[in-house]
Ligand binder design. Structure first.
Ligand code: SF4
Length: 300
């Protein structure tokens, strides 16, 4: 979220909205401590693949895509980045596998001649307090026929139905095209997914956005912006530690958030690998008879 005080405009990025939904506190940290958020081994692989795709869509030979992506990855690795749970020994093979997955499985379905890395900024048509709300971002690729593509590198294929029903990215990007008069609803949006593995595996997730999604976006953005305007970023927001991203490996703010309270030991299962033992129930009667029924009769 970015404020332009002279124009009275607040700019909201789609990626920040995603953070807000995963964990509001993480979205607050992104605003108040952006310097703590940086690249990881997974994100630099994704950036290298995006670069390779851009070159191919710009006219480079598709056979060279993995070489282009690997060279760019080597450059990116010179900057500091965070190690997650990826095996660094497999990185080169995975970049080659994902490049092949794009060229063989996704590229034949892409219409060439469109716009690569298309930046957008558009007014949502709502004013909150004194602020007009705009959305901004960058689309990976827009085909000449107005279909939007976003390239994804992922550990596993997506669940398409979930993306159709929940992807904010698809809704924001489609709204940007419609608002910019480059398309009318319905807008086709596709994820070109390259699975992070050595054996090429691709998936195309087909989604569609309509005016209904646009209205829902406006409805959900209003409280998101109000949260920021009313609470500010000095005090903590709601914390969601139930997502898979709430971990030392994936959340840049772990050390000043959940990790400051709970150690690795506190996160591990207490009896892992050990047989469970049960202590004898506490009793104030002494009996040498193991048959409880008889014991009951005896006491009568
Ligand atoms: S550590 Fe967990 S709760 Fe804290 S900001 Fe990150 S995702 Fe949210």
């Amino acid at each position: 979220m970015r404020f332009d005080h002279s124009r009275g405009v607040v700019f909201v990025r789609q990626s920040w909205l995603n953070d807000l939904i995963i964990c509001p506190e993480r979205a607050r940290f992104k605003l108040s401590k952006p310097e703590m958020s940086g690249a990881s081994d997974a994100t630099i692989m994704g950036t290298a693949l995006h670069y390779g795709i851009e070159q191919v869509l710009g006219g480079a030979n598709p056979d060279d895509m993995s070489t282009i992506a690997l060279e760019h990855w080597e450059e990116l690795k010179k900057q500091p980045y965070k190690q997650t749970n990826l095996d660094p020994e497999k990185s080169v093979g995975q970049i080659e596998g994902m490049s092949q997955a794009f060229v063989q499985g996704i590229m034949p379905n892409v219409q060439f001649g469109g716009q690569v890395e298309m930046k957008f900024s558009f007014p949502l048509g709502i004013v909150i307090g004194d602020w007009a709300v705009h959305c901004e971002g960058t689309m990976d690729y827009v085909q000449p026929d107005g279909t939007i593509w976003d390239w994804k590198t992922a550990s596993r294929p997506y669940y398409a139905k979930e993306k159709q029903s929940q992807s904010i990215q698809a809704t924001v990007y489609s709204a940007a095209l419609v608002q910019g008069m480059m398309a009318g609803y319905p807008v086709d949006f596709r994820y070109g997914v390259m699975v992070r593995q050595e054996k090429p595996k691709s998936q195309i997730v087909y989604m569609q956005r309509t005016a209904e999604h646009h209205r829902w976006l406006i409805h959900t953005l209003r409280p998101a912006v109000m949260t920021h305007l009313r609470l500010g970023t000095h005090e903590s927001w709601l914390m969601n530690d139930t997502s898979a991203l709430c971990s030392s490996k994936w959340c840049d703010y772990w050390s000043i958030c959940k990790g400051a309270f709970i150690s690795e030991e506190g996160l591990s299962l207490p009896f892992q690998g050990q047989p469970l033992t049960f202590s004898e129930p506490v009793s104030d009667t002494v009996s040498t008879n193991n048959n409880p029924q008889e014991g009951y009769n005896d006491s009568k």
